[in-house]
Design a binder for this molecule. Sequence first.
Ligand code: FDA
Length: 308
Amino acid sequence: MLGSLLLGASRSPLVRRAVSGVPVTRKVVDRFVAGETPADAVEAIRGLTAAGLTVTVDHLGEETRDADAAARTAGAYVTLLGALTELDLGDRAEVSVKLSAVGQALGADGAKIATENARHVCEAARACGATVTLDMEDHTTVDSTLETLRALREDFPSVGVAVQSYLFRSEADCRDLAHAGSRVRLVKGAYAEPASVAHQSRTEVDLAYVRCLRILMSGAGYPMVATHDDRLISITETLADRFARAIGDYEYQMLYGIRADKQRALAGAGHTVRVYVPYGDDWYGYFMRRLAERPANIAFFLRALGGK
Ligand code: FDA
């Protein structure tokens, strides 16, 4: 209930202004966001990679409503990837792109504009040996995102995509995507979706996650298991045994600032662990989704507001 309210608020310009205007918000945001500038992101990436982790970097922003802003976002990725070249991380670095931030929401031409902007990002990523994964947004964007994925993969075969287990369609999407060379990030899903398209209870979403995971782990692609859920991590290990996937034939992914101890423990056991590192000043939507995922985060936020 509270989660749905927060997800609703994540799209409200009024609440955005109210929350963004509270000075202490920034302190709480910093728990989940690496900073505002590319230099902040690079510093966080240095620390994470020095600790044996890999990264996927997100330039914050979504639902861009003008073409110049969409092009600027693609430009910001190109600048960031330029800075990453100097760190020489190769495929230990990846960027995550929300297509709505690079133009997908711009009406009839949106998909074309987003694909072209994403292409520039892919070119810059290739130049520094990094990969690109397309984030998945609300259910109305899935077909368009998969279409862009297909177009990009013709020239950049390593481009990956996120699939959300809460959507009814996702088992079929996983089957389509579980082919050789395909990189699929499996997540539970972070948007408010109607019962006509998505499972509503946590148990149903978790069970669907396991079904999707099984398809990906038994398939020929490269599964990227993006969850902080211990039960799902242990099921992944069982499936890896069953389908003879060695460490390195799949990876774990977690969000910056969430379960850092678990991230390091998995990496210490030899797993590839990729941390999703968001940076930039357009943090509102991302931050509200993190609050919605866990009521305890709201208590943390309220305590900070109260100066404790
Ligand atoms: P769940 O929410 O059940 O959490 C399991 C445990 O993890 C909790 O008990 C708690 O300990 C910890 N935890 C989880 N969330 C927390 C939080 N916000 N704060 C503190 N602790 C928390 N979604 C999407 O729709 N499209 C996308 O493209 C992506 N991309 C993406 C990339 C990566 C790398 C990750 C890890 C996640 C995403 N997501 C996403 C978000 C995803 O859909 C989901 O909302 C979160 O990962 C939370 O789900 P869990 O699987 O962690 O389980």
